[in-house]
Design a protein. Structure first.
Length: 437
């Protein structure tokens, strides 16, 4: 209950900090500063206590303190002034500038003063009634947030100030800060190991949604209409080919969600290499009959042979293995060896010859009945890796978990439909139990 009361008081107090009429028109909003504004004004009022002097007398005391370069006293008296005249935006802005004039005693006080200066400037902006005062407040706020290394907030505040009033000094600071910390290209990667290669470019800020047409800002040499996808902070050129070289240009003006565009065009020469030798299995689980066909498909890329090892889990460790972390997951070489030493046995290892088609997945069935003469019912794990790739102890190997079963299911037609042997067995068990009961 107390939490809801506090939330209600905070909401009411925020309504006083920024009235609905002015808040709706403001270009800059930041929820963390809204909360800080509530706390700062409450703290200032608490520190000021009962103020006996009128605003005019307080302003004279402030001027006298500044003539002596006594900024700490000026800050205290300004706190009294905004207590008795809380709607005076110019006093809040003067308080912010005064705090920035104080030489901090240590890093802790420096952080505290910068926090208070930025919050006071934000309050001044919220209560300002003319564009010039708004622009001044945002300019101080942007510079102070930059000193606090809150780059996104600083850039947004500076840009909002420039939209209200253009000044050469602030424009220079904004452009410098934008080039260093604004929306920009960070890096690029080439996904060459997938079936359909792509080149992806990472940015510092989120990109617009899927409905945005990025084609005017992306050019690929020799490709008229490149396939482009964007997700969060990444933009990708899809449908590339292995062994090909591409020239990709990202043009200036490429948009982001933070009202900033790519400042400069960037050109890249990208080579898509062949896929690395790779092995995987087609599914997580596989059930084999004890007799009959025993082939497990192995999918390989750019290798002529696959190195395999098969492990059988002992009956006593069957339940722990089924419930354990490793079940149905790929294992490392270390985990495979530990499985053989602690919970099971390595029953076979060898090589499987496979056809190698450049950059193409090839499926080859491993004939278990030829590799292992007798497979007893139970739980097995088969680890695989390309012959020419030697993984470390903790490198992941493709792992196929499978079960060899000697259970079967019989179904037959009766007068009331199809019935399975498992259904009849359950009925017989229930009948026997009722007789015993």
């Amino acid at each position: 209950m107390l939490r809801f009361v506090r939330a209600g008081l905070a909401a009411a107090f925020l309504a006083l900090v920024l009235s609905p009429a002015t808040a709706a028109e403001k270009l800059f909003k930041q929820s963390s500063l809204d909360e800080a504004a509530i706390k700062l004004e409450a703290q200032i009022k608490s520190d000021a206590g009962t103020v006996a002097k009128p605003p005019a007398a307080l302003r004279r005391d402030i001027d006298a303190a500044f003539q002596k370069n006594d900024f700490r006293t000026g800050m205290l008296v300004l706190g009294q002034l905004v207590t008795v005249a809380p709607d005076d935006a110019s006093s809040w802005l003067r308080l912010s500038r005064t705090i920035l004039q104080i030489k901090p005693r240590d890093d802790r006080e420096k952080a505290l003063l910068l926090d208070r200066a930025s919050t006071a400037a934000y309050i001044a902006y919220g209560r300002a009634g003319d564009r010039n005062l708004e622009a001044d407040s945002l300019s101080v706020l942007g510079r102070t947030l930059a000193d606090r290394e809150q780059w996104r907030g600083a850039l947004n505040a500076m840009r909002a100030s420039l939209e209200l009033r253009e000044t050469a000094d602030l424009r220079g600071q904004y452009e410098k800060l934008r080039s260093e910390h604004g929306f920009r290209l960070l890096d690029f990667t080439v996904d060459a190991d997938s079936i359909s290669p792509r080149a992806c470019f990472q940015f510092s800020e989120d990109l617009p949604g899927r409905r945005t047409d990025f084609s005017p800002f992306v050019a690929v040499g020799g490709v008229d209409r490149p396939a482009i996808s964007a997700n969060d902070k990444q933009l990708c050129v899809e449908g590339l080919k292995h062994g090909e070289r591409y020239s990709v240009t990202l043009r200036a003006g490429l948009p982001s969600v933070v009202k900033e565009t790519l400042a400069k065009s960037a050109e890249f020469t990208i080579f898509v290499r062949d896929r690395k030798p790779f092995v995987r299995f087609s599914g997580k689980a596989y059930v084999l009959p004890r007799t009959g066909q025993k082939g497990i498909p192995v999918l390989s890329v750019n290798t002529q042979a696959v190195v395999l090892a098969i492990y059988r889990i002992g009956d006593r460790n069957l339940l722990d293995s089924l419930l354990g972390y490793e079940f149905q997951r790929n294992m490392s070489r270390y985990q495979s060896e530990r499985l053989a030493n602690e919970r099971g046995t390595k029953i076979w290892n060898g090589e499987l010859a496979v056809e190698s088609k450049l950059n193409t997945e090839v499926t080859t069935a491993l004939p278990l009945d030829q590799a292992v003469k007798e497979l007893a019912p139970g739980l097995y794990a088969m680890a695989a890796e390309p012959k020419d790739v030697v993984s470390g102890d903790y490198g992941q190997q493709a792992t196929q978990w499978f079960i060899v079963s000697d259970l079967g299911l019989t179904a037959y037609t009766t007068h009331d439909g199809i019935e399975s042997s498992s259904t009849r067995l359950r009925a017989q068990i229930r009948a026997a139990a009722s007789k015993c009961g």
